[in-house]
Design a protein around this ligand. Structure first.
Ligand code: LLP
Length: 417
């Protein structure tokens, strides 16, 4: 189901026409459906209801406070990767005891801050990091609950830039060295070994790589227990994909069944870290056509949104569906859909069929709720797009567009120049 359906040729989100929002919020803007976020979270809850599971939403996918608050109210925890994300999660009402902290290069300050809050778990990605956590925890007279992120060396069958569980990737510690690492951890002050963590990649469309990874994790947990470690938590990571185009994605229930089949008999608390599968199809990017340009060979739809607003097409050759917000009385035409930024890579789609559009018409770029706004930048000194949240017949700007002064005044011209 799309949460952004066309009704009588006009695109809606819940009870509101996108064009009505655009009357009050200048394009480009992101638009999220809180109903969509809630539904996918509840899907996960339902799917995992047979297992003791904590959903730790991967904040990196979309860290807007309104998004985090929506999830916090439903009981979500957070998977964070930086001081900034910890602060965002806390500010939105996610309690520290539901926060897991991932990331390959956590700094001393970040570790100190997380320890002072008392988070649920550090997902440790290397031995130097383990030593630093031990040092900081000891100096604070506290104990850090840790899991090692295990690199299981499986192929996630996804885009190489978002594949993380191969031996050649920078993430985690090799499964072959895991038992030694746990032995070392158990002997260090300020460290409590509590779990095992794995995350193999993002936008997975098949369950087979998960099954393979989790089977290896199950074997490891058994071996670690035999070594005398008290392993009570398994963090299975995120990575379940979404439909951008026509991908057939396994259901959350099928995914939960795989987790249960591979890990259920170990009686551990399960943590999952979904990002994209919670937010991806809960948001769109709304833009306006600035010009329609007749090229020699192609017709260009030139939008007021660019690669600085949504970088996925240029970065990963990602496919996003593109619709005219109003399709009435129009036929399909073939366009290259591009942005205003001075780079050829600023292209959302090539030779794409979109309902005929003219300057001023609204265009929706779909599946932008995850890794959209969070990856945007001010490149070309373009303002970050505002974000709008819709619930029923209400909508609110949940991030406002900054003023040019705010952006320009961040720079300082030294007096001695
Ligand atoms: N846990 C860890 C440790 C992760 O590194 C990630 C994503 C997740 C969970 C959430 O994965 P998800 O459920 O969203 O697949 N910018 C890229 C995606 C990068 C994903 C990075 N890690 C994109 O736009 O496709």
């Amino acid at each position: 189901v799309s949460y952004f359906p066309h009704k009588n040729d006009e695109m809606y989100v819940d009870d509101i026409a996108i064009s009505d929002i655009a009357k009050q919020v200048k394009t480009p803007f992101y638009c999220y459906s809180s109903a969509a976020i809630e539904a996918s979270f509840q899907d996960y809850q339902q799917a995992f209801s047979a297992q003791d599971t904590l959903i730790c939403y991967a904040v990196k996918a979309n860290s807007n406070q309104a998004v985090l608050a929506t999830l916090a109210k439903l009981g979500s925890g957070a998977d964070v990767v930086s001081m900034g994300e910890i602060r965002r999660a806390i500010a939105a009402g996610i309690p520290p005891n539901k926060i897991v902290y991932s990331g390959v290069a956590k700094t001393q300050d970040e570790i100190h801050y997380a320890l002072s809050l008392g988070i649920l778990q550090f997902n440790v990605e290397s031995e130097p990091e383990l030593e630093l956590i031990s040092k900081v925890a000891s100096s604070l007279n506290t104990t850090a609950a840790i899991a090692f992120r295990i690199n299981p060396d499986v192929c996630a069958q996804t885009h190489e830039k978002i594949s993380t569980g191969k031996a050649e990737n920078k993430f985690g510690i090799p499964i072959s060295k895991a038992q030694l690492a746990y032995k070392k951890a158990a002997a260090l002050p300020g460290i409590k070994v509590q779990g095992v963590d794995v995350h193999i990649g993002s936008q997975l469309t098949s369950l087979a790589p998960f099954a393979e990874a989790y089977q290896r994790i199950a074997e490891l947990v058994t071996a670690l227990r035999a070594d005398g470690h008290d392993i009570s938590v398994i963090d299975v990571g995120g990575g379940l994909g979404i439909t951008y185009r026509d991908e057939v994605i396994p259901s959350k229930q099928a995914y939960a069944d795989i987790v249960n089949a591979q890990l259920g008999q170990l009686n551990c608390k399960i943590i999952i870290e979904p990002g994209r599968s919670l937010l991806g199809n809960a948001g769109i990017l709304v833009a306006s056509v600035v010009f329609v340009k007749e090229g020699e060979e192609r017709q260009f739809l030139l939008l007021d949104a660019g690669m600085n607003d949504l970088i996925r097409p240029s970065m990963y050759d990602a496919y996003h569906q593109i619709f005219a917000v109003n399709k009435a009385k129009k036929s399909l035409k073939t366009y290259d859909v591009v942005g205003p930024v001075c780079e050829t890579g600023d292209t959302f789609a090539k030779a794409r069929q979109v309902h005929e559009s003219n300057a001023g018409d609204l265009i929706a770029i779909m599946s932008c709720g995850a890794y959209g706004a969070v990856m945007s930048s001010n490149y070309n000194t373009r303002m970050l797009a505002p974000e709008v949240m819709v619930k029923g017949s209400k909508f609110a700007i949940v991030k406002k567009r900054p003023s040019y002064e705010e952006i320009i005044n961040q720079d300082i011209i030294p007096s001695w120049l």
